[in-house]
Ligand binder design. Sequence first.
Ligand code: NAP
Ligand code: GDD
Length: 334
Amino acid sequence: MKKALISGISGQDGSYLAELLISKGYEVHGIVRRSSILNINRIDHLLQPGEMHGESLKLYFGDVTDSSRLADLIDRIEPEEVYNLAAQSHVNISFHEPIHTSEVVALGALKMLEAVRKSGASHIRFYQATTSEVFGNAGVSPQDEHTPFHPDNPYACGKVFAFHQVRLYREAYGLHASNGILFNHESPRRGDNFVTRKITRGLARIVAGRQNKLALGNLDARRDWGHAKDYVEAMWMMMQQASSDDYVIATGKSHSVRDFLDASFGLLGLDWSTHVVSDPELLRPVDVNEFIGDSSKARQAFGWEPRISLREMAREMVITDLLHEGIDVAQFGL
Ligand code: NAP
Ligand code: GDD
């Protein structure tokens, strides 16, 4: 049975990746941060109540800033595949917490790589969660593996550092280490303070009469939004290739925040403009105007394609959040 170790397993992608790997027969091991309340809501359905070590999923407390713990875990688990998904992944928060963000995003990735290298297990394959944010306001569209990096926030700067460490470990030590340069991907498990989930949660609360206004920042920003379920499949596919490489994963379509508002409020026949208010606090010192990715390399190398459209994803997110508010979705024909 193959063993995989995932950092960031309690996050959106970690939870879908754990499900995917378990469905493929893997024994999945995950690193979770110790917090005063156990923060494993997205993966607790894969375990018995109160359990940390289930049959196909085993969790360990740890932190990617703690090198010695990472080395212990790699030695103890002896994984074949390591997925480094841990991050302070919120772009705007990275402006407020640049040092913490860099410690996790940049040094955390390097510490994971070092733990793998020092274990001496040269067969271990390594996946790094790189991001379209490395391109920033690149001025080149669409972005692919040849687009120059122009990181426009502390989070993206940390990811550029990590990207190059991965490339270096591949070239210097022969490690099977790949960068998945993933564009935005969302789901009903998306964190509440990312724009898509903030919109679908806000919409559900408006319908439930629990809030009337939805405060947002830049509505003109355009993103290449896919579904997290499709994107974790690309991570796994990348790891199955004979040699490691860097791949862009994207839908190739870009939509504005306004388009996402239309798609979600429109499902219920509501006009978002009567609810959305502008909050200057939510504007970033620098924002990226538009991302749009070209994932031809991944499509040709291993046949990856996105399956779930933006409309289908918005629908799934809206339905999940309405149900969470106890609203009968049938009244909207959903
Ligand atoms: P997410 O939901 O924010 O999850 C981040 C995960 O990292 C959580 O499990 C979090 O644990 C964990 N974490 C944070 N700091 C840590 C630390 N010091 N040590 C160990 N774990 C730590 O992010 P996501 O959307 O799943 O994204 C997964 C990865 O892909 C991230 O690296 C992100 O930067 C990258 N990425 C995401 C997207 C996207 O659109 N979603 C696009 C490109 C790249 P807690 O649950 O305890 O907070
Ligand atoms: N979060 C947030 N909250 N964003 C808002 C809001 C708001 O109230 N109003 C407008 N936006 C705009 C942001 O300014 C940005 O242009 C866009 O909506 C998307 O913001 P987020 O959903 O926070 O995502 P992101 O694009 O900054 O970052 C996500 O995608 C990256 C990949 O490109 C994160 O998942 C990153 O970790 C990931 O690397």
